[in-house]
Design a protein around this ligand. Sequence first.
Ligand code: NCD
Length: 329
Amino acid sequence: MAQRTPDASETGAGTATAFPAFAHRHMLGIAGLNPVEIDALLNRAEAMIPISRQRRTLPNLAGKTQINLFFENSTRTQASFEIAGKRLGATVMNMAMRTSSVAKGETLVDTAATLNAMQPDVIVVRHGSSGAVSLLSQKVECAVINAGDGTHEHPTQALLDALTIRRHLGRLNGMTVAICGDIANSRVARSNLVLLRTMLARTRVIAPRTLLPPGIGDMVDEVYTDMREGLEGVDVIMMLRLQHERSAGKLIASPREYFRFYGLDAEKLRYANPNALVMHPGPMNRGVEIDPAIADGPQSVITEQVEMGVAVRMAVLDALLSKTDAADA
Ligand code: NCD
């Protein structure tokens, strides 16, 4: 496995230890970040890996308050942001919005005003509606991080995927990446496509026509509806979960048939490059999107993605909060 990569020198972004100031007040999406900014975030995340592995705590966010505001179910992303904040010394508060005032009819804007009055330093938001996190960011004075909004963006997922790829393959530039499955409903696909194209990777999506969103041709280099054709010669395979909560089930004939044509199994995997990385953001529907033997097999980096998630979230929190003056972008 490729260990540390020379990263910063590839783009001239400086050394891996000197991190340029992050010029944005919020992290709402990958769209709007340039290659130097993405590279610098990945370098910063790289530096967080040993801290996280040694279970050490940095003082960077000491005295700061982080609120995790999750309007949608999440296990790994919420836990990952919580651990990341704590490893940087922040006080972290989790708000489970199903049991909160929202259930009593409070609007998103009311919730934002209430939380803002408590003077947090950062709010990490997951919401079922695309654009809700951006709206909330306009109503509060602190930094806001998008932890997934509807089918729009999930920037820290794309960054952790990029970090995982970079550590294994050494770079993103020139790599061929296939994103497979429920593209239409996937914020993970959208953020990844923006990031990968910004970093000059070659992008493909593979899905049944019913799971391809309108306008996909403008977001990706190549579109396939056949798994075997689409996987031919790829360096990375990103499988996606069928978003049943967004009615994906109605767009496929049956889970069995979906697995037969679009599930990643040993036979289809053979079309990719011999050491192609197998990724999945989780949670997985084993036996629907991916054969359990492949999910747990030698090419799978799925558990490592989870580990990189903590490092990337530490880096994003650090980039937004460990600076002296807030930028206004
Ligand atoms: C992803 C999400 O919530 O968008 N999962 C995650 O962040 N752990 C992907 C998914 O839910 O399918």
